[in-house]
Design a protein around this ligand. Structure first.
Ligand code: SAH
Ligand code: SF4
Ligand code: F3S
Length: 455
């Protein structure tokens, strides 16, 4: 049997897409390889978000070139495909820079991958960069039960693309315009996931809370309505969604957080910066005060809500005072976890040509200061869990005998002892201790407040 190795870079959208590409290739008779060495087909599912992410692809292609030649000498064929956001952004340029590549396919064309590979047999370097999301989701095979059974938690792409055009970001160009999948298709896919043992669904999209898919009643359903429908499916223990834009945090979505117990009280809501001048230059279309008010409203709807965010330091024109405004916002909100990046100018985005590019050393210094504060806040949030009863979705056996490991509603990894639970169960535990990146917990005796916080 031929085997395919698929490597994912970048965000959860790519993780989901890689699974779907594996399903497409399985229908063509390809098994899954765990290393490039044992594969006949290597697919790199790439990310274009920052320069370093995009450049990784070319170093990987260099290694694959050596491997392909060595194998060719032994009479063995290796085919190499570049998929994902670099494929969409650079297209034919990839083949020019790296002739090792047999085919290039953007995120809109994964259902056409087998046809593209056949085309590449006679025309190496074939490129498919058409946006065809609607047809893609209709044509892709459903996720295979074998793949799903590997975990209790699964991603479900509900929305793809972005119309926001933040001045720094390539996503509107690499993923195209916003589109939402129809509710019926999502419920069907969710049922399949749940039937194969999934307990937690994370709905994903570049702008997931802009979801407006067609409902069974022919009307556009909001993310809140979709969540409500999913919460009603048998077997659902936990629901999450990511990534949200502050402008699309509608009232019905806030209400859903209060009304749907399965919806976890943890929200990734990127703000990027705390200075109004920079937010405006970024074309974020909200100011810092609006974001702060939104956080207050979210916490009013769901008092145990924790928040995480993304930050960019060194956006063109960022002064010390602008950066201090970001630090102030960080201190005020107190995020449970965050991602932070140095601004990376991306080809074709408005900010790449903007005046006032910030020197690398200044960005480095600001990133260090920001990350130190974010780490303090993350640790504080973890320490606040100690002594509390919380729920854990059990994923697998733990590090030591008698331990089980899983995640809290806030995605902390927990090592728990004394539980009579199976994989996929949601159980109440009391947190006893923190380690830098995980929590320790013990069983909560039945009765008392045992199940109270269980999801
Ligand atoms: N759709 C999401 C995430 C987009 S990409 C959103 O709207 O928030 C993930 C993160 O990468 C962004 O939130 C941003 O913080 C970061 N990012 C995007 N473009 C970047 C760039 N040019 N330089 C540095 N960081 C960037
Ligand atoms: Fe990029 Fe902004 Fe769209 Fe997020 S909202 S994907 S940061 S353009
Ligand atoms: Fe990267 Fe594309 Fe995701 S650029 S972050 S893989 S949408």
């Amino acid at each position: 049997m031929k085997k395919a190795f698929i490597k994912s870079y970048g965000c959860q959208m790519n993780v989901y897409d890689s699974g779907r590409m594996a399903d497409v290739m399985a229908a063509e008779g390809y098994g899954e390889a765990t290393t490039p060495e044992e594969a006949d087909l290597v697919i790199l599912n790439t990310c274009h978000i920052r320069e370093r992410a995009a450049e990784k692809v070319y170093s990987e292609l260099g290694r694959l070139n050596v491997m392909k030649r060595e194998r060719a000498a032994e009479g063995r064929e290796t085919r190499v495909v570049v998929a994902g956001c670099v494929a969409q952004a650079e297209g034919r340029e990839i083949v020019r820079r790296a002739p090792v590549v047999d085919a290039v396919v953007g995120p809109g064309g994964y259902h056409r991958l087998p046809a593209l590979l056949r085309e590449a047999e006679t025309r190496p370097g074939a490129v498919d960069a058409e946006f065809d999301q609607v047809e893609k989701f209709a044509a892709l095979p459903r996720p295979s039960p074998e793949r799903i059974r590997r975990g209790v938690s699964a991603f479900l792409t509900v929305q793809e693309g972005c119309d926001k055009f933040c001045a720094f970001c390539v996503v509107p160009y690499t993923r195209g315009a916003e589109m939402s999948r129809p509710v019926a298709a999502l419920l069907e896919e969710a049922r399949g996931l749940l039937a194969s043992g999934v307990r937690e669904l994370t709905l994903i999209g570049q702008n997931v809370n802009a979801y407006h898919g067609e409902g069974p009643d022919g009307r556009a359903w909001s993310l809140a309505r979709l969540l409500e429908a999913l919460a009603g499916l048998p077997g659902v223990a936990r629901l999450r969604y990511t990534t949200s834009h502050p402008l699309d945090m509608t009232d019905d979505l806030l209400a859903a957080h209060a009304a749907i117990p399965a919806l976890m009280p943890y929200l990734h809501l990127p703000v990027q910066a705390g200075s109004d001048r920079i937010l405006k230059a970024m074309n974020r279309r909200h100011d810092a005060a609006t974001y702060r008010r939104l956080i207050d409203r979210i916490r009013a709807a769901r008092p145990d809500m924790a928040l995480s965010s993304d930050f960019i330091v060194g956006f063109p024109g960022e002064t010390e005072a602008d950066f201090e405004a970001t630090m102030q916002l960080v201190r005020d909100v107190g995020f449970a976890a965050s991602f932070s990046f140095k601004y990376s100018p991306r080809p074709g985005t408005p900010a790449a040509d903007a005046a006032g590019q910030v020197p690398a050393a200044v960005m480095d210094a600001r990133l260090q200061v920001l990350q130190a504060q974010l780490e303090i806040d993350r640790q504080r949030h973890m320490r606040a869990m100690v002594g509390r009863t919380t729920s854990v979705l059990i994923e697998r056996a733990g590090r030591h005998p008698g331990q089980l490991t899983g995640k809290t509603p806030y995605l902390h990894q927990v090592q728990a002892t004394g539980l009579a639970a199976a994989i996929g169960d949601v159980v109440a535990v009391r947190v006893t201790e923190t380690a830098p990146n995980s929590l320790f917990a013990e069983a909560v005796l039945a009765g008392g407040d045992a199940g109270r916080e269980a999801a």
